[in-house]
Design a protein around this ligand. Structure first.
Ligand SMILES: [Zn+2]
Length: 137
């Protein structure tokens, strides 16, 4: 399965870049707050970042990779087990994890393996080597 994982690749291409995740961990995306929607390169990074499933840290760069042994149910379980407490995350309450996983799988399938992705609020776009973009639903 093609998935998005944290990477340090292309870090520094934007001045607002940072990478605090564990290299190679699965990532997901939180809903963007109004502040970051106005200025994704501003103080709140949620509009430009991916969140690590395991570290709960954030990164502005994600890599499309293939995890052939990962199943959809294991993917959803990993998300639920690490973020199922929902209290700290408003996004979890409005978006069921099954929908989040479906969207992550859809997004992962859109680019070739090895593509480095960045997030611009509701857009996911390739930094290198593929520069196409798609809307996050
Ligand atoms: Zn925010």
């Amino acid at each position: 399965m093609h998935v998005l994982v944290a990477t340090d690749a292309t870090q520094g291409a934007r001045r607002s870049d940072f990478a605090n995740c564990i290299e190679g961990e699965l990532v997901w995306m939180l809903e963007v707050c109004p502040e970051s929607r106005r200025n994704p390169d501003g103080q709140c990074p949620c509009g430009r970042s991916f969140r690590g499933l395991y570290s709960d840290e954030e990164t502005t760069t994600a890599l499309v990779t293939d995890l052939p042994n990962l199943t959809r149910s294991a993917y959803q379980r990993a998300l639920y087990e690490n973020h199922g407490d929902a209290d700290s995350c408003p996004a979890c309450r409005v978006r069921p994890f099954s929908k989040v996983v479906d969207e992550l799988i859809r997004l992962g399938s859109l680019w070739p393996i090895g593509t480095v992705m960045e997030r611009r609020v509701d857009l996911l776009q390739g930094r290198a080597p593929h520069r196409t973009s798609t809307k996050i639903e």
